[in-house]
Design a protein around this ligand. Sequence first.
Ligand SMILES: Cc1cc2nc3c(=O)[nH]c(=O)nc-3n(C[C@H](O)[C@H](O)[C@H](O)COP(=O)(O)OP(=O)(O)OC[C@H]3O[C@@H](n4cnc5c(N)ncnc54)[C@H](O)[C@@H]3O)c2cc1C
Length: 293
Amino acid sequence: MNKLSDYAEIVRKNVPMSSLTWLRIGGPIEYLANPRSEKELLGLLSACALEGVQVRALGDGSSILASDVGVPGMAIQLDAEPFCQIEFDSPFVVAGAGAKLGRLATATASAGLAGLEGMVGIPGSVGAALVSNATTLDAAIEQCVESARVATLSGEILELSKDELVFGRRVSNLSGAIALSVKFKLVPDDAEELSKRLQKIWIARKKTRPELDQGGFARMFKNPGAQRAADIIEEIGFPGTRIGGASVCESDPNLIVASDGCSSDDVKRLVALIEKQANERAGVELERELVIW
Ligand SMILES: Cc1cc2nc3c(=O)[nH]c(=O)nc-3n(C[C@H](O)[C@H](O)[C@H](O)COP(=O)(O)OP(=O)(O)OC[C@H]3O[C@@H](n4cnc5c(N)ncnc54)[C@H](O)[C@@H]3O)c2cc1C
């Protein structure tokens, strides 16, 4: 029987969430685990289930707003090498959940495989992108997914075919599981053209990002359908608005910037205010991208 104490080598206690999230906000998480293999992950999951420890998957932390007082339970981050591999068997590509989505977009474009190049510049891991069905204005990751391997929180592995995966607008039927890897089916195309296209998209996306010395940042809302959340926030006059240490980015109003001393409450208050105003003044119900821990 696995015990949590058997995993001391890969579990750290009281790690500040500010060091794990793009917003650079948040008190300590009770446990942070970085398993080195699938076997270790499964053992850890069953130990957590046995000891009643709440488990959450942590990717690159680009969408997480963590509480200032800390987060109970265990975050599991699949950043060890076996979880970050990208393997080609054209036109198929298998990517580990811990691989960065941007790296996958670049690698597939360079290999002359089309379908994921539009995902360049979307922060985060392949696992989170799968579970949240990462989407650009004209494409969604679901369009290329062939199958996925996931671990249940009780420590069981499931292989799900395309027919068993259900995707909706920025959701899937995988929430509550830990994505391990994804098999994509892509379309052979000209590598040079794909790389040029990717570069253009990357430059356009990078242009609207705040400078890193302005503070941490994150995207507040999902785009409602074909509309951009940024345009709605602009329309209701929020760019530059500040509450405490949190402000709305001027170059991309769907980004919230957390300057030094910003609290999780500052972010929550500003996000709630925008939500309310978007509803009252633009008649739009914005749905949060930020995941609150
Ligand atoms: C500047 C900027 C631009 C963005 N543009 C886009 C965009 O165009 N399109 C878009 O879709 N998103 C966009 N996002 C949002 C963000 O990129 C996505 O939500 C991304 O999928 C988050 O990945 P992550 O690894 O950082 O996840 P995290 O922030 O670590 O986690 C987010 C959620 O995913 C879950 N999760 C993480 N890893 C796994 C796993 N292995 N298995 C199961 N669940 C997991 C977490 O539990 C959490 O609920 C943008 C964000 C920023 C900051």
